[in-house]
Design a protein around this ligand. Structure first.
Ligand code: NDP
Length: 240
Protein backbone atom coordinates (compact mmCIF):
# COMPACT_ATOMS: atom_id res chain seq x y z
CA UNK A 1 0.00 0.00 0.00
CA UNK A 2 1.21 3.52 -0.79
CA UNK A 3 2.73 5.43 2.09
CA UNK A 4 0.69 8.37 3.36
CA UNK A 5 2.41 11.77 3.54
CA UNK A 6 1.14 14.97 5.16
CA UNK A 7 2.63 18.22 3.85
CA UNK A 8 1.85 21.30 5.96
CA UNK A 9 1.39 24.45 3.94
CA UNK A 10 1.14 21.99 1.07
CA UNK A 11 -1.15 23.93 -1.26
CA UNK A 12 1.10 26.81 -2.33
CA UNK A 13 4.73 27.60 -3.05
CA UNK A 14 7.36 25.15 -1.88
CA UNK A 15 4.71 22.99 -0.18
CA UNK A 16 2.74 22.64 -3.40
CA UNK A 17 5.85 21.43 -5.23
CA UNK A 18 6.53 18.94 -2.41
CA UNK A 19 2.93 17.64 -2.45
CA UNK A 20 3.02 17.13 -6.22
CA UNK A 21 6.46 15.49 -6.20
CA UNK A 22 5.37 13.05 -3.49
CA UNK A 23 2.18 12.21 -5.39
CA UNK A 24 4.15 11.67 -8.60
CA UNK A 25 6.48 9.35 -6.67
CA UNK A 26 3.54 7.20 -5.58
CA UNK A 27 2.72 8.55 -2.12
CA UNK A 28 -0.85 9.24 -1.01
CA UNK A 29 -0.69 12.93 -0.07
CA UNK A 30 -2.70 15.12 2.30
CA UNK A 31 -1.93 18.81 1.77
CA UNK A 32 -2.63 20.98 4.79
CA UNK A 33 -3.21 24.75 4.61
CA UNK A 34 -4.23 27.59 6.92
CA UNK A 35 -7.02 29.64 5.38
CA UNK A 36 -6.57 30.46 1.70
CA UNK A 37 -9.53 28.36 0.50
CA UNK A 38 -9.41 29.70 -3.05
CA UNK A 39 -5.79 28.64 -3.59
CA UNK A 40 -6.51 25.28 -1.91
CA UNK A 41 -9.50 24.60 -4.18
CA UNK A 42 -7.47 25.53 -7.25
CA UNK A 43 -4.60 23.28 -6.04
CA UNK A 44 -6.93 20.29 -5.56
CA UNK A 45 -8.61 20.72 -8.93
CA UNK A 46 -5.24 20.93 -10.70
CA UNK A 47 -3.49 18.11 -8.83
CA UNK A 48 -6.21 15.80 -7.51
CA UNK A 49 -4.58 16.04 -4.05
CA UNK A 50 -7.01 16.56 -1.17
CA UNK A 51 -6.46 19.70 0.92
CA UNK A 52 -7.08 19.79 4.68
CA UNK A 53 -7.54 23.05 6.54
CA UNK A 54 -6.12 23.46 10.02
CA UNK A 55 -3.75 25.80 11.84
CA UNK A 56 -0.44 24.10 12.63
CA UNK A 57 0.04 26.51 15.54
CA UNK A 58 -3.00 24.94 17.25
CA UNK A 59 -2.05 21.67 18.95
CA UNK A 60 -5.58 20.27 19.22
CA UNK A 61 -6.22 21.10 15.56
CA UNK A 62 -3.09 19.14 14.56
CA UNK A 63 -4.18 16.11 16.59
CA UNK A 64 -7.64 16.26 15.00
CA UNK A 65 -6.11 16.81 11.54
CA UNK A 66 -3.85 13.76 11.77
CA UNK A 67 -6.80 11.72 13.03
CA UNK A 68 -8.93 12.82 10.08
CA UNK A 69 -6.17 12.06 7.55
CA UNK A 70 -5.54 8.64 9.10
CA UNK A 71 -9.28 7.87 9.04
CA UNK A 72 -9.54 8.80 5.35
CA UNK A 73 -6.16 7.80 3.89
CA UNK A 74 -4.45 5.45 6.38
CA UNK A 75 -1.56 5.68 8.88
CA UNK A 76 0.72 8.68 8.38
CA UNK A 77 4.30 7.59 7.56
CA UNK A 78 5.70 10.88 6.30
CA UNK A 79 5.36 14.41 7.65
CA UNK A 80 6.83 17.43 5.91
CA UNK A 81 6.67 20.43 8.23
CA UNK A 82 6.71 23.15 5.62
CA UNK A 83 4.09 25.66 6.82
CA UNK A 84 5.74 28.97 7.64
CA UNK A 85 5.06 32.67 7.89
CA UNK A 86 7.04 35.88 8.19
CA UNK A 87 6.23 38.94 10.32
CA UNK A 88 9.38 40.95 9.62
CA UNK A 89 10.41 43.99 11.66
CA UNK A 90 13.54 45.25 13.34
CA UNK A 91 13.73 44.64 17.08
CA UNK A 92 12.81 48.28 17.66
CA UNK A 93 9.46 47.75 15.92
CA UNK A 94 8.78 44.04 16.50
CA UNK A 95 5.91 43.59 18.90
CA UNK A 96 5.24 40.51 20.98
CA UNK A 97 2.46 39.33 18.62
CA UNK A 98 4.86 39.20 15.67
CA UNK A 99 7.28 37.16 17.79
CA UNK A 100 4.63 34.74 19.06
CA UNK A 101 2.92 34.16 15.70
CA UNK A 102 6.15 33.24 13.95
CA UNK A 103 7.46 31.04 16.78
CA UNK A 104 4.08 29.33 17.25
CA UNK A 105 3.63 28.61 13.53
CA UNK A 106 7.14 27.91 12.26
CA UNK A 107 8.56 26.07 15.28
CA UNK A 108 5.51 25.22 17.43
CA UNK A 109 3.90 23.72 14.32
CA UNK A 110 6.76 21.21 14.05
CA UNK A 111 6.24 20.09 17.64
CA UNK A 112 2.47 19.89 17.21
CA UNK A 113 2.58 17.81 14.05
CA UNK A 114 5.36 15.48 15.20
CA UNK A 115 3.69 14.93 18.58
CA UNK A 116 0.37 14.13 16.90
CA UNK A 117 1.92 11.45 14.66
CA UNK A 118 4.80 10.21 16.83
CA UNK A 119 3.15 7.37 18.76
CA UNK A 120 1.81 5.83 15.55
CA UNK A 121 5.26 5.99 13.94
CA UNK A 122 6.82 4.38 17.04
CA UNK A 123 4.23 1.58 16.98
CA UNK A 124 4.80 0.87 13.29
CA UNK A 125 8.58 1.31 13.61
CA UNK A 126 8.71 3.56 10.57
CA UNK A 127 8.57 7.28 10.01
CA UNK A 128 10.06 10.01 7.85
CA UNK A 129 9.95 13.62 9.06
CA UNK A 130 11.36 16.55 7.11
CA UNK A 131 11.32 20.02 8.64
CA UNK A 132 11.74 23.02 6.37
CA UNK A 133 14.20 25.44 7.98
CA UNK A 134 15.84 28.36 6.21
CA UNK A 135 19.14 29.87 5.24
CA UNK A 136 18.06 32.72 7.53
CA UNK A 137 17.97 30.31 10.45
CA UNK A 138 21.56 29.34 9.65
CA UNK A 139 22.95 32.81 8.94
CA UNK A 140 20.51 35.21 10.63
CA UNK A 141 18.85 38.08 8.77
CA UNK A 142 18.30 41.75 9.55
CA UNK A 143 14.67 42.38 10.53
CA UNK A 144 13.94 38.69 11.16
CA UNK A 145 14.80 38.00 14.78
CA UNK A 146 11.56 36.02 15.15
CA UNK A 147 11.91 34.08 11.88
CA UNK A 148 15.63 33.36 12.32
CA UNK A 149 15.04 32.15 15.90
CA UNK A 150 12.21 29.84 14.82
CA UNK A 151 14.11 28.43 11.85
CA UNK A 152 17.31 28.02 13.84
CA UNK A 153 15.21 26.21 16.46
CA UNK A 154 14.05 23.79 13.78
CA UNK A 155 17.62 22.67 13.23
CA UNK A 156 18.10 21.85 16.95
CA UNK A 157 14.66 20.22 17.10
CA UNK A 158 15.64 18.02 14.14
CA UNK A 159 18.88 16.81 15.69
CA UNK A 160 17.23 16.06 19.06
CA UNK A 161 14.19 14.25 17.66
CA UNK A 162 16.42 12.40 15.22
CA UNK A 163 18.17 10.84 18.21
CA UNK A 164 14.85 9.79 19.75
CA UNK A 165 13.55 8.21 16.55
CA UNK A 166 16.76 6.49 15.49
CA UNK A 167 16.18 3.09 17.09
CA UNK A 168 12.54 3.05 16.02
CA UNK A 169 13.09 3.43 12.28
CA UNK A 170 12.05 7.08 12.29
CA UNK A 171 14.32 9.58 10.56
CA UNK A 172 14.10 13.32 11.21
CA UNK A 173 15.90 15.68 8.86
CA UNK A 174 15.75 19.31 7.82
CA UNK A 175 16.11 21.21 4.59
CA UNK A 176 17.39 24.77 4.73
CA UNK A 177 16.28 26.47 1.52
CA UNK A 178 17.92 29.60 0.23
CA UNK A 179 15.78 32.15 -1.61
CA UNK A 180 13.07 30.38 -3.59
CA UNK A 181 10.69 31.96 -6.09
CA UNK A 182 7.36 31.85 -4.16
CA UNK A 183 4.72 34.28 -2.84
CA UNK A 184 6.81 34.69 0.33
CA UNK A 185 9.78 36.03 -1.63
CA UNK A 186 7.52 38.05 -3.97
CA UNK A 187 6.68 40.10 -0.86
CA UNK A 188 10.32 41.26 -0.59
CA UNK A 189 10.80 44.77 -2.14
CA UNK A 190 12.35 44.46 -5.65
CA UNK A 191 15.44 46.53 -4.80
CA UNK A 192 16.16 44.30 -1.77
CA UNK A 193 15.56 41.16 -3.85
CA UNK A 194 18.00 42.32 -6.53
CA UNK A 195 20.71 42.64 -3.87
CA UNK A 196 19.87 39.17 -2.55
CA UNK A 197 20.06 37.55 -6.00
CA UNK A 198 23.42 39.26 -6.59
CA UNK A 199 24.77 37.29 -3.60
CA UNK A 200 23.61 33.87 -4.89
CA UNK A 201 26.51 32.18 -6.72
CA UNK A 202 24.14 30.27 -9.02
CA UNK A 203 22.81 33.69 -10.06
CA UNK A 204 19.07 33.18 -9.65
CA UNK A 205 16.32 32.35 -7.17
CA UNK A 206 15.68 28.66 -6.56
CA UNK A 207 12.64 26.82 -7.87
CA UNK A 208 10.21 25.17 -5.43
CA UNK A 209 10.73 21.90 -7.32
CA UNK A 210 14.42 22.02 -6.33
CA UNK A 211 13.40 21.82 -2.65
CA UNK A 212 10.90 19.05 -3.40
CA UNK A 213 13.71 17.01 -4.93
CA UNK A 214 15.55 17.10 -1.58
CA UNK A 215 12.42 16.02 0.29
CA UNK A 216 11.96 13.00 -1.99
CA UNK A 217 15.55 11.96 -1.30
CA UNK A 218 15.15 12.21 2.48
CA UNK A 219 11.77 10.45 2.82
CA UNK A 220 12.67 7.41 0.70
CA UNK A 221 12.38 4.04 2.43
CA UNK A 222 16.07 3.58 1.57
CA UNK A 223 16.99 6.69 3.60
CA UNK A 224 17.08 4.96 6.99
CA UNK A 225 20.72 5.90 7.74
CA UNK A 226 20.18 9.63 7.11
CA UNK A 227 18.88 11.30 10.25
CA UNK A 228 19.44 14.50 12.20
CA UNK A 229 20.94 16.13 9.14
CA UNK A 230 20.29 19.44 7.43
CA UNK A 231 20.39 19.63 3.65
CA UNK A 232 21.17 23.15 2.47
CA UNK A 233 19.66 23.94 -0.95
CA UNK A 234 20.59 27.53 -1.61
CA UNK A 235 22.49 27.95 -4.89
CA UNK A 236 25.77 28.12 -3.00
CA UNK A 237 24.78 31.23 -1.04
CA UNK A 238 25.69 29.90 2.38
CA UNK A 239 28.11 26.99 2.58
CA UNK A 240 27.48 25.55 5.98
P1 NDP B 1 4.17 30.56 1.01
O1 NDP B 1 3.88 31.80 1.77
O2 NDP B 1 4.22 30.62 -0.47
O3 NDP B 1 3.15 29.40 1.45
C1 NDP B 1 2.96 29.14 2.80
C2 NDP B 1 2.07 27.94 3.00
O4 NDP B 1 2.00 27.68 4.42
C3 NDP B 1 0.65 28.17 2.53
O5 NDP B 1 0.11 26.96 2.04
C4 NDP B 1 -0.08 28.57 3.83
O6 NDP B 1 -1.47 28.28 3.83
C5 NDP B 1 0.65 27.67 4.82
N1 NDP B 1 0.53 28.13 6.20
C6 NDP B 1 0.94 29.31 6.73
N2 NDP B 1 0.62 29.37 8.04
C7 NDP B 1 0.00 28.19 8.33
C8 NDP B 1 -0.60 27.66 9.50
N3 NDP B 1 -0.60 28.34 10.67
N4 NDP B 1 -1.18 26.44 9.44
C9 NDP B 1 -1.18 25.74 8.28
N5 NDP B 1 -0.64 26.18 7.14
C10 NDP B 1 -0.06 27.40 7.16
O7 NDP B 1 5.57 30.04 1.60
P2 NDP B 1 6.82 29.37 0.85
O8 NDP B 1 6.36 28.30 -0.04
O9 NDP B 1 7.69 30.44 0.33
O10 NDP B 1 7.61 28.76 2.11
C11 NDP B 1 7.38 27.43 2.56
C12 NDP B 1 8.34 27.15 3.70
O11 NDP B 1 9.69 27.32 3.26
C13 NDP B 1 8.17 28.09 4.89
O12 NDP B 1 8.39 27.38 6.09
C14 NDP B 1 9.26 29.10 4.68
O13 NDP B 1 9.64 29.71 5.89
C15 NDP B 1 10.35 28.23 4.10
N6 NDP B 1 11.35 28.96 3.34
C16 NDP B 1 10.99 29.66 2.23
C17 NDP B 1 11.95 30.33 1.51
C18 NDP B 1 11.62 31.08 0.27
O14 NDP B 1 12.54 31.69 -0.29
N7 NDP B 1 10.41 31.07 -0.22
C19 NDP B 1 13.35 30.32 1.92
C20 NDP B 1 13.63 29.53 3.07
C21 NDP B 1 12.63 28.88 3.76
P3 NDP B 1 -2.54 29.31 3.13
O15 NDP B 1 -2.37 29.11 1.64
O16 NDP B 1 -3.86 28.86 3.63
O17 NDP B 1 -2.13 30.69 3.56
Amino acid sequence: MARVAVVTGGTRGIGEAISVALKDAGYTVAANYAGNDERARDFTSRTGIKAYKWDVADFDACVAGIKQVEGELGPVDVIVNNAGITRDATMKKMNRTAWDEVLDTNLGGCYNMCKAAWDGMLDRKFGRIVNIGSINGQAGQYGQVNYAAAKSGIHGFTKALGQEGAKAGITVNAIAPGYIDTDMVAAVPPEVLAKIVARIPVGRLGHASEIARGVLFLVADEGGFITGSTMSINGGQHMY
